[in-house]
Design a protein around this ligand. Structure first.
Ligand SMILES: CCCC/C=C/CC(=O)SCCNC(=O)CCNC(=O)[C@H](O)C(C)(C)COP(=O)(O)OP(=O)(O)OC[C@H]1O[C@@H](n2cnc3c(N)ncnc32)[C@H](O)[C@@H]1OP(=O)(O)O
Length: 302
């Protein structure tokens, strides 16, 4: 138990000043969004939290339209929501899902990584690290109800969860496709994938930037279950009930036992990882690739 408490204190201490500032800002997070029985709940512009106090579960809906890209503000709101739920003893599990039809998350926000200054890149990368650490080490049971396409950072977010349920829709795909953008997934993205699907499959998936359609995603193990689209939420709820049946302290300690070595690698190399990212992203060739990719996305429409 001491280990679990220690990890919580550590991850809480890692909450950056930008997050604390936002938490204090009036109007950024509003009053209770529901949740009777004395359960305090909340909403924020990009994160909708639907509490089910009786079940000890909250559904966290990402709503950063059009594509739930993980901007600095959105990451901050997600982290604040997670922290609030972790600090509320009512909740033992969360289901993370999307409020944007057909899209779970388009991954990291490319506009945060293009045409900005090095200070911004450093701040953004710290927030991405924080998202990964906080979700990966959360003491809550975290289940991803993946109701849309989920490339790169979107896939990473789901890989931090304890269980992934994907909607069986041929339009959806999931994977770490960074190489297709001419960028390289950092070691902790890679480690998370290796821990999930094994070294050989991860190597192939990462080098080729594979985005797996549902059947393939299930076969390789990127997701744990594929179900008809209208059953994604109910399946996540019943899987949650199964996980919540396990004595909490034993489950939490086991989670930490499994994940701490991977998290420690980033925790001990965090500053160097930020420096590497900033150096990499500032390169002319990388900026050109990212600009070209964004342009291609924009031109797709017209
Ligand atoms: C060391 C460096 C490591 C860095 C690691 C990075 C990991 C990442 O996560 S990089 C991001 C990877 N993401 C992607 O490759 C996904 C890109 N997006 C898409 O493929 C499509 O948008 C979609 C399949 C998710 C959705 O397609 P849909 O047709 O519905 O919408 P679009 O018209 O394409 O997009 C709408 C709108 O949103 C903008 N947009 C899309 N993705 C992103 C993004 N990741 N960041 C910022 N903005 C994004 C897109 O440009 C459109 O903008 P406009 O409405 O202004 O044209």
């Amino acid at each position: 138990m001491a280990l679990a408490v220690g990890m919580r204190v550590l991850t809480r201490a890692l909450l950056r000043p930008w997050a604390r500032g936002l938490r204090a800002a009036p109007g950024r997070t509003g009053p209770a969004a529901g949740g009777g029985d004395g359960v305090r709940c909340f909403r924020s512009p990009r994160v909708l939290v639907e509490p089910d106090p009786a079940a000890g579960v909250a559904v966290v809906k990402m709503r950063n339209p059009p594509v739930n890209s993980l901007s600095l503000e959105f990451l901050t709101e997600l982290l604040i929501s997670l922290e609030k739920l972790e600090n509320d003893k009512t909740f033992h599990g969360i289901i993370i899902t999307s409020d944007c039809p057909g899209i779970f998350s388009a991954g990291l926000d490319l506009t945060e990584m293009c045409g900005r200054d090095p200070e911004h890149y450093a701040e953004y990368w710290k927030a991405v690290q924080e998202m990964w650490l906080r979700f990966y080490l959360s003491n809550l049971v975290v289940i991803a109800a993946i109701n849309g396409i989920s490339p790169a950072g979107g896939c990473l977010l789901s890989l931090t969860c304890d269980y992934r349920v994907l909607a069986n829709n041929p339009k959806y795909a999931i994977g770490l496709n960074e190489t297709l953008l001419g960028i390289v997934a950092p070691f902790w993205f890679k480690d998370t994938l290796v821990n999930t699907i094994g070294h050989r499959s991860a190597e192939r998936a990462l080098q080729l930037g594979l985005l797996f359609p549902p059947a393939e995603a299930l076969r390789v193990g990127v997701v744990d279950q594929v179900v008809p689209e209208d059953q994604v939420q109910s399946t996540a709820r019943s899987v949650m009930a199964q996980w919540l049946d396990i004595p909490d302290h034993a489950r939490q300690l086991t989670k930490i036992l499994m994940r701490k070595p991977t998290a420690d690698r980033l925790l001990t190399e965090r500053d160097a990882d930020i420096e590497n990212f900033v150096r990499f992203i500032c390169k002319d060739s990388i900026q050109k690739s990212l600009h070209a990719y964004l342009e291609k996305l924009k031109q797709k429409k017209g």
